[in-house]
Design a protein around this ligand. Structure first.
Ligand SMILES: O=c1ccn([C@@H]2O[C@H](COP(=O)(O)O)[C@@H](O)[C@H]2O)c(=O)[nH]1
Length: 244
């Protein structure tokens, strides 16, 4: 079924990969009124910090804090507790940290919710194989044998077992993930490239329309919007394509 404008925009996550809050604010201003998700990653968070997340929340945005935690379980539990208290709508950990680490992240979320009844439960997502990873990198450099899809599905199974809400994967793996883990298991898919745009460092890509037709829940788009001469026009074109 075709998506409405609101539905499509709500499934678009704009990656605010900027070196300063000021630069991110320019894009936020350009996109004003578009009810998209905002994704804050390492580059922006390490410079602008929790205050910037709070600023986005005060403007009414849904926020995905993409810090991809990967550490010992106790540390990740503490990190998940702090992130939950920040009030984000979604955050993630690397599935490569293992079942215990992911379960600890979940415990961190629950402990934060238990300590403050006003908090909302964020979606907790496991990163499978980065969308920049191709078959050769996986086998030769990362040292995991088998296909990228097999590895993604294996991580997705452990992510589900740990009680998380879904995974980050490429749009190429969405159908297999949904087939294995169920339709309600959330897929968040970067590696989105509108036709004709440069792949850059992304290896496993589809266009916005193709990703939606694969059944993904959220598409993550950075440079095709932030690097466009008119970011608002680029975002509107992507939303239009998602609605077809
Ligand atoms: O596997 C992953 C996980 C996260 N990302 C993040 O998504 C955006 C994509 O940005 P583009 O400019 O559209 O390539 C970026 O913030 C990544 O850190 C990912 O690409 N792949």
């Amino acid at each position: 079924m075709a998506l409405s404008y609101e539905q499509a925009a709500g499934r678009l996550m704009v990656a605010l990969d900027y070196p300063s809050a000021e630069q991110a604010r320019e894009t936020i201003q350009a996109l004003k009124g578009i009810p998209c998700y905002m994704k804050v990653g390492m580059q922006l968070f390490y410079t602008a910090g929790p205050d910037f997340v709070k600023e986005l929340k005060s403007q009414g945005y849904s926020v995905f804090l993409d810090l991809k935690m990967h550490d010992i379980p106790n540390t990740v539990k503490g990190g998940a507790n702090s992130i939950t208290r920040l009030g984000v709508d979604m955050f993630n950990v690397h599935a490569a940290g293992g079942l215990k680490m992911m379960a600890a992240a979940y415990e961190g979320v629950i402990s934060a919710l238990d300590s403050d009844a006003s908090l909302k439960k964020p979606l907790l997502i496991g990163v499978t194989q980065l969308t920049s990873t191709n078959q050769e990198t996986l086998n030769r450099e990362i040292g995991i044998q088998g296909s990228v899809e097999q590895s993604v599905l294996s991580y997705a199974a452990f992510t589900k077992e740990a009680g998380l809400d879904g995974v980050v994967a490429s749009p190429l793996e969405v159908q297999a993930i949904k087939g294995q883990c169920g339709a309600s298991f959330i897929t968040v898919t970067p590696g989105i490239r509108p036709a004709g745009s440069s792949a850059g460092d992304q290896s496993r890509t589809l266009t916005p329309g193709e990703a939606i037709r694969q059944g993904t829940d959220y598409i993550v788009v950075g440079r095709p919007i932030t690097g466009a001469p008119q970011p608002r026009d680029a975002a509107e074109q992507i939303i239009e394509e998602m609605m077809k």
